[in-house]
Design a protein around this ligand. Sequence first.
Ligand code: PEP
Ligand code: MG
Length: 584
Amino acid sequence: MKTENENILKGIGAAPGIAVAKAFLYKKEKEEIADELVSDVEEALANLDIALEKSKKELRKIFSLAVDKLGEKRAAIFEAQIMILDDPILVTAIKERINKEKRIPEFIVNDEISKYTNLMNLSHEAFMKERSHDIEDIKNRIIRNLKKKKWKSRITSDVVVVTTTVSPSDTILFSRVNVKGYVTDFGGLTSHAAIVARSLNIPAVVGLHEATNRIKDGDLIIIDGFRGEVIINPDEEQHKIYDKKIERLHKQDVELDLMHGLQAETTDGREIQLLANLELTDEIEVILQSGAKGIGLVRTEQLFEEYEAFPDEEEQYNVYKIIAERIYPESVIIRSFDIGGDKVLPVDLKEPNPFLGWRGIRLMLDNPKMLKTQIRAILRASSHKNVKFMLPMIASICEVRSTKEIINECKAELKKEGKHFDNHMDVGIMIEVPSAAVLIKDFAEEVDFVSIGTNDLIQYLLAVDRGNEIVSSIYQEFHPSVVRTLNNIIQEGKKAKILVSMCGEMAADPVAVPLLVGFGIKSLSVSSSAIPLIKKVIRSLSYKELQPLVDECLALKTEKEINELLHKFYNSKLVNKIKNLYEA
Ligand code: PEP
Ligand code: MG
């Protein structure tokens, strides 16, 4: 092997798996616009139409979201932007120039719209200058959509995408074109993009800092999503090592298939409900094969990606109904749209602090029409009595009560319309904001179940951005405050006799599972790819024997000590039993 592994980059393993493929370097930060000629004018014009349409759709989404919250006046900016996109003089001028000059649409769009903004910037009126920012915004949106179109058509299925950052929608794009993996300069383990990658089974390594500098287009790379490593142009020996690892992984897949019918039960007979998180509707088939005992979290916000607009009641109903029917007789927890933060929308509202901003239930309660549409669709899908409804980002009991009022309104409407639904559909909340964790006892009286969202709970408890690799070392799931808070939630839930589940990524960490099971958690929801591993861990544990470990963790004062203790336990008691499994 090369000395000190000079061709190995180390980052954060965001989604497990190994892939060997050519690198496709995607530099999206650089909005440089090349002055290139097009070979096919018709195709270029068609691409322009698609980009204009896509830009309009995006703006409509933002407009309908913004109108309730920002008021007609401020939201009107977005409406004005849509009108500019429809302006026949501008669009015709751009098309005529593409036809005549045969230059790429990005170049013409930039050149043509910049004429206006340059003029406006020369004005002495503040209003004109402001408007020029709006127009600049549209220009960039169209160019971004044009580039994405081009990018999409250039990505082939056999590459690893190398880029600075990815958004959740980029990840979905990757899955649609079947890329082999992706590596990024920035990003953290529990960023939403990483979660999507895990559920789509695309190996990913993030937070490499210099990936886009060190890796060249066409370099052969090995991406190791287990170790968080990327090997650039591997030598013969490295190839050999990874060929063996890949072979071993194939063997493990066979072993995992054998676990399908086994219970997630400790050696002393304590059964844990092992559920799956669902990101995309297609994933239901993979979940059925994984041996999950139901679905513990449907992240419905992904529907915005799938539909590229707000899905209406019928569209949503059809999606929820298929999921509920396919998973029957097991049940499914459908979560209300958790938009905002690092999720799909509304990116363009440019909040200064999106994770502390207009997100989840806050945004939904401000958009009651949208919330009602979703609740009606979920209720209608609940007629087989296997659907539960969950609210994200709950920070106050008032939010629960307001939502329940809306649920009751929806029920009354549906009854009048003669539509079937489960009148006793369970309503639960995510515990992911510290205020809800503190008030768990009171919340437990208001709801039928809770599910702990550690991805957010940790970020809010420790004040550390879950997607920022610069602070990823202080994003500590074993911080004493996290560990004690989790224990408190589980104990209070037990006392109140409501189901406490966990659907954050911590539930899929084999080192954390002994602690969670030891606390007495009865339900874990993980990405379908993690089900066999977590099942194997649970089947290797004795609940009774875990109690000294639990007591010791609760008494320790630093994350370092708890981390060490749990790793020691994992290495001495578990590693042999689950050897080979995912430890490529
Ligand atoms: C969480 O916060 O742990 C969670 C499951 O929700 P999300 O990752 O979708 O924010
Ligand atoms: Mg969350």
